[in-house]
Design a protein around this ligand. Sequence first.
Ligand code: SF4
Length: 335
Amino acid sequence: MSGARVFSGMQPTGEAHLGNYLGALRQWVRLQDEADCIYCIVDYHAITLEYEPARLPERVLDLAVSFLAAGLNPDRCTIFVQSDVPEHTELAWILNTVASVGELERMTQYKDKSAGMESVPAGVLNYPILQAADILLYRADRVPVGEDQAQHLELTREIARRWNRRFGEFFPEPQALISDAGRIRGLDGQAKMSKSRGNTVGMLDEPAEIWARVRTAVTDPQRVRRSDPGRPEVCNVFALHRFFTAAEPLATIERQCRAAEIGCVDCKRLLSEGIVRAFEPMRERAAEYRAQPARVREILGDGAARCRALAQETMREVRERMGLRSWRERTAAGG
Ligand code: SF4
């Protein structure tokens, strides 16, 4: 992957949670030593649906602290806020002109999000175009995504191909780096993990809060009594243990579960302890960064300066090829 450029983004919903960590940040931290990584706090995406403007800045800063706490190192990757680089929206408009409404309407996420809405904001439909602009603006060749975003990345590739056919080869077709975490179910065992559904654990939560959440986790629904044998393969608590428990104790839990030798509460207690241990250094790093918000702002400022330069370079070329940059010179040359 040496020489590759990686781009990925996350919405500023405040401090990151367990799903963000397992599905994205873990992989982002690994990638910063293998490629030129650009990680973005995508606040333009966050305004697609109803939100509280007064709380957005604080959520941006909280997510930046989570990035740094998770182990992203500003000396080894670039971290910035999307709205600090307005070229994202300019390129998004341009890409709107090569994408079709039909292909946007076919996106599964659009269908899910718009279902039941009385009036669908145009931003919900055009959301994947802004994602395409985010990636193509930096001419990224690799994009870490969850399975649920793979369709959007395929659309980005198609948009890049179409633009290149019309205006000349310029944008690379980005490849997906699908997270090895698979689909992380929430503690309710049903939906995707998210803060708004209240089915996750905050990455920077205190140990008592982590336990309070984990103890509510849904387990094997067929295991009603302590004496019932369990089925780890259908239990979400066991699925989470895979990330936080070493191979040997994990095998013991599996055996004891099948033999009804361990109760679900004890099993959850072990999981909670594993999460607390894994997140302990992150809580410490977060406390350090929270105590120096000026340093966090400086990191985001440096990241934005680098990204603005890259974005301006891309947009100069895009405008030139599309006849947008040079209209003044060309018409002047003709008298
Ligand atoms: Fe799930 Fe653990 Fe209960 Fe088995 S013992 S059903 S793995 S919580």
